[in-house]
Design a protein around this ligand. Structure first.
Ligand code: BGC
Length: 353
């Protein structure tokens, strides 16, 4: 249950100032955040030639993030990351209608979702930042006053943790994720198609043309979505004879992780030219891998880098898309007295797999 103090704070809350904070570890790895969207704006990691590379998309100024809301460049998305069909769901017999912002569907918490809010931000130590926000009852159509906290931590072993917690004062649904775009070249001058990817998933959730799951859980076997053996992203990305690739214009699917709900290795990515390896560890049931198919090159990032077609990948650990409308999918329901918890770890090394 939200405390009375929290609910009073919610009704009195003032918008905090937009700021940026940098944290670092003793290896020279550093991460920068802004509280606009609880967003990661920079993540600098060692490369095999002894230099450091910024492996996430970002802009030179915080103002540029305001204009790029539709790209979701680095924020926490929610209250429900990913899509909800027709923005509609039923909870405890009551029908709810969410903002429609993606064709006829709801995407990433709606046009005024958590990625567009100014969060409270606090530096807890040289290696840790806390973001928190109270999302009021009815925001973008979601029920319940929900108190959300996200902790970003850089560890000594060059891993980067995102820990989420949320509580509510009324039954609701929730699915938070980070929407950082990674490019292990350290610049979006080069396509992410050269990255070698492995995903620990034998199944995925097929969708309709609007990328809403049909409800089926299908095998990846024999399809371009089979990344159980490490494969270059670009190798099969245009195999449009496989309908799910045609619908998404490349990769933009939810993989059903083999070790559902157990903190384990979900995926790993390797870029041969920089030697950078990124592992993704998570306790979530799904992984949305988006290969940047909707990018048109009009968006200009840090240092003039063009955010072009397939020059950034998102690896979003989360529940399945549209789970509120599929009783067979893992439940996204959060009730008063329960605590939503999630941990995702992006771990960096130079040890090719
Ligand atoms: C979705 C894409 C969408 C992108 C930007 C990704 O998480 O899977 O379909 O275009 O976010 O909104």
């Amino acid at each position: 249950m939200l405390s009375l103090v929290a609910v009073i704070a919610l009704s009195c809350q003032r918008t905090p100032k937009v700021e940026m904070i940098t944290i670092s570890n003793h290896n020279g790895m550093s991460a920068t955040f802004t509280n606009y969207g609880a967003r990661i704006t920079s993540l600098i990691v060692p490369a095999s030639d002894g230099t450091f590379k910024d492996v996430v998309w970002g802009y030179d100024t915080v103002e540029e993030y305001y204009d790029s809301n539709d790209l979701y460049c680095g924020p926490i998305v929610g209250r429900y990351g990913n899509r909800i069909g027709k923005g509609r769901f039923v909870l405890d017999g009551k029908e709810y209608f969410l903002t429609i912002n993606d064709g006829e569907n709801h995407l990433h918490g709606g046009s005024g979702g958590l990625s567009t809010k100014v969060w409270n931000m606090e530096k807890l130590s040289d290696r840790e930042v806390k973001m928190s926000i109270l999302s009021p009852d009815g925001e973008e159509g979601y029920p319940g006053n929900v108190e959300i906290t996200v902790y970003y931590t850089l560890n000594y072993d060059n891993s980067f943790d995102i820990k989420y917690e949320a509580v509510t004062d009324a039954p609701t649904i929730i699915n938070l994720t980070s929407h950082a775009y990674f490019n292990l070249h350290g610049t979006s001058k080069y396509s992410t198609n050269s990255h070698i990817l492995r995903i620990n998933a034998s199944h995925f959730t097929p969708t309709d043309e609007g990328l809403i799951p049909t409800g089926e859980i299908a095998s990846v076997g024999g399809t371009p979505l089979d990344f159980r053996v490490p494969t270059a992203i670009g190798e099969r990305i245009d195999e449009v004879s496989f309908e799910p690739i045609a619908f998404a214009g490349g990769y933009d699917h939810n993989w059903v992780l083999d070790k559902e709900r157990e903190f384990s290795l979900a995926a790993e990515v390797f870029e041969p030219s920089t030697g950078i390896v990124m592992q993704v560890w998570s306790d979530q049931p799904g992984l949305q891998f988006y290969s940047g198919n909707f990018m048109d090159g009009k968006d200009i990032g840090r240092g003039g880098d063009i955010h072009g077609y397939r020059t950034g990948i998102a690896l979003e650990t989360q529940n399945y898309p549209d789970a509120p409308n599929h009783p067979d999918f893992p439940s996204p329901v959060l009730r008063p007295g329960e605590v939503y918890k999630q941990l995702t770890r992006y771990s960096f090394s130079l040890n090719a797999f």
